[in-house]
Write a new protein. Structure first.
Length: 299
């Protein structure tokens, strides 16, 4: 015991730290359409997987509503801007996140968490991982439906076809709020209450740009065999060339990038943008791929 009491001040003089290793950076995850925070085969599985691989990490799986059913319903019918405000409030009042956190969004949760990064810089989001998020939106995007919500998706398809950019549909249908029709660009820019705003389609909000550029890394995962998102290149921030729905262009050829309205060009040149491809359909990936490719961004 005497040797130990002598060693401590000596080590302190040498500037060596005897305190426990720093805690892992917390992780916030947001599910996709038709899913919920705690589904044991989706978000619940991801949460347990991360907790197993990174001992001691705090994982917050976002829930919008008082239970899993409300959370799932809100992924279809609660105004996205209201959802983002609710999440910003949750994050701001969680004492475990105040030093900063990483964020990982799945499908529409990817673009929703980007909105959080742009609108709510406190507490700070450090890295954003978008797994299949549609950052330029989607069109004709319901060839199949998640989970057991086929009747809901049938209704959504009809509603979007009838009037995606009408005020009533925009206010009450989540998928309309990131519906981007390349044949109706003017309607989209004028009437989209969510995506057109966070993508700076109606003007430049310097705060959005500054906040997004504060990220250390913005990781975008595209599913190379995606049959659910149209066009799949939206998952890498690309989209259809304006005025038609056949030819797509990558992010670097879009006006958003060339005019650097969000700071993505500067982030790209600084090595902050990461484009990952994974074989498989929408949100289909292996645990091995997740461990080797995604976990390093969380550690």
């Amino acid at each position: 015991m005497a040797a130990l009491t002598v060693a401590v001040p000596v080590l302190a003089l040498l500037g060596l730290c005897l305190s426990p290793a720093a805690a892992a950076t917390p992780l916030v995850i947001w599910h996709g359409m038709g899913d919920s925070c705690c589904n044991p085969v989706s978000m619940g599985y991801i949460q347990k997987l991360v907790e197993k691989k990174i001992p001691g990490i705090y994982v917050l799986s976002l829930k919008i509503g008082s239970n899993m059913i409300q959370d799932m319903e809100n992924s279809f019918f609660m105004n996205v801007n209201d959802q983002v405000r609710e999440v910003c409030s949750q994050l701001a009042t969680d004492p475990r996140l105040q030093g900063g956190y990483n964020a990982m969004g799945f499908s529409q949760g990817g673009q929703f968490l980007r909105a959080v990064a742009q609108r709510c810089p406190v507490p700070p989001m450090l890295n954003l991982i978008s797994v299949g998020g549609q950052h330029q939106g989607r069109v004709y995007g319901f060839p199949r439906c998640p989970g057991e919500s086929s009747h809901v998706c049938d209704w959504i398809r009809k509603t979007l076809d009838l009037g995606a950019y009408t005020k009533a549909v925009q206010e009450h249908l989540v998928q309309a709020e990131y519906w981007h029709d390349p044949l109706k660009e003017e309607d989209y820019r004028k009437n989209s209450i969510f995506l057109a705003d966070i993508n700076q389609e109606r003007g430049i909000n310097q705060t959005y740009k500054k906040n997004l550029m504060a990220l250390k890394k913005f990781v975008m995962v595209k599913f190379l065999n995606d049959t659910m998102v149209d066009p799949p290149i939206s998952e890498w921030f690309g989209f259809y060339k304006s005025g038609q729905a056949k030819e797509t262009i990558p992010l670097q050829e879009t006006s958003l990038y060339k005019e650097d309205r969000l700071g993505l060009q500067e982030m790209d040149k600084a090595g902050k943008l990461v484009f990952l491809g994974v074989k498989g359909d929408h949100l289909h990936f292996s645990e091995e791929w997740f461990d080797s490719t995604i976990l390093p961004f969380l550690q």
